[in-house]
Write a protein that binds this ligand. Structure first.
Ligand code: MYA
Length: 202
């Protein structure tokens, strides 16, 4: 059986399409009326051109999230709503993991993540911290676990339109329980802190 259920070119095309969808989602909140029609038309044309001739995409890199076959032969697509290049909801992280620590950069985030004007929705603050803390726990343990508690403290509003740093650290492992903490920063400002418990499956 092939290792992947589609060609590399199709995976690149899928991620290109996801990028167009992301821009469209942003554009729908930035433009109105005739300007919106022109914007949508230009983005649609870019996608049509890529579909007509995928070779024009000429990827410098391999696709980030090509689908694969599971051991049982099912097609597995990375659906993660924070990290998957194929999920248009995902704000995408660039993450470095070492030992008990993860540091990720994200953004600048566009308006579809807005809560208060010009600021990130608080639920997304939690999503970003949950993901990075989950990642560091996974990296430390070598297997997946469930977020059991996630306590957030919002110190100051998180600006949209600026690169953000999300950091996570494992603080304690006690049997099936792994404790971790972290923070989300904009520049040197700590905007939110998180601490929580991850429970390994029985
Ligand atoms: C795992 C596979 C996931 C794959 C995902 C891949 C991609 C993921 C991508 C990223 C995803 C991002 C992340 C996500 O989105 S993860 C998704 C969001 N999380 C969930 O949906 C989890 C829902 N909850 C559960 O399923 C169960 O409650 C779990 C499985 C968590 C525990 O139920 P279980 O019946 O197994 O465990 P237990 O109740 O015996 O407790 C176990 C131990 O913990 C202790 N305890 C419990 N509560 C507390 C507390 N508040 N303070 C202190 N301690 C507490 C408890 O006393 C016991 O200790 P001990 O007696 O052993 O000493």
């Amino acid at each position: 059986m092939d290792a992947t259920p589609e060609t590399t070119a199709d995976s690149v095309l899928a991620e290109f399409a996801a990028g167009i969808c992301r821009r469209m989602a942003e554009g729908l909140l930035e433009h109105t009326g005739g300007e919106l029609r022109s914007f949508l038309s230009a983005e649609s044309a870019r996608l049509q051109a890529a579909l007509a001739d995928p070779a024009t995409l000429e990827p410098a890199e391999q696709p980030h999230d090509p689908p694969r076959f599971s051991r049982k032969g099912h097609v597995v697509i990375n659906t993660n709503p924070v990290t998957s290049h194929r999920n248009v909801l995902a704000p995408l992280l660039t993450e470095k993991l070492e030992d008990d620590r993860a540091v990720a950069t994200v953004g600048p985030l566009p308006r579809q993540y807005q809560g208060p004007r010009g600021m990130l929705h608080g639920g997304y603050v939690g999503v970003l911290l949950d993901q990075v803390l989950w990642d560091v726990v996974f990296h430390r343990l070598g297997h997946a676990s469930f977020t059991r508690t996630l306590n957030l403290t919002y110190e100051s509003p998180v600006p949209l339109g600026e690169e953000l740093t999300v950091e996570g650290r494992v603080t304690k492992i006690d049997g099936r329980k792994t404790f971790a903490e972290g923070e989300l920063r904009s520049g040197d400002t700590v905007c939110a802190r998180a601490e929580g418990l991850w429970v390994s499956p029985r």
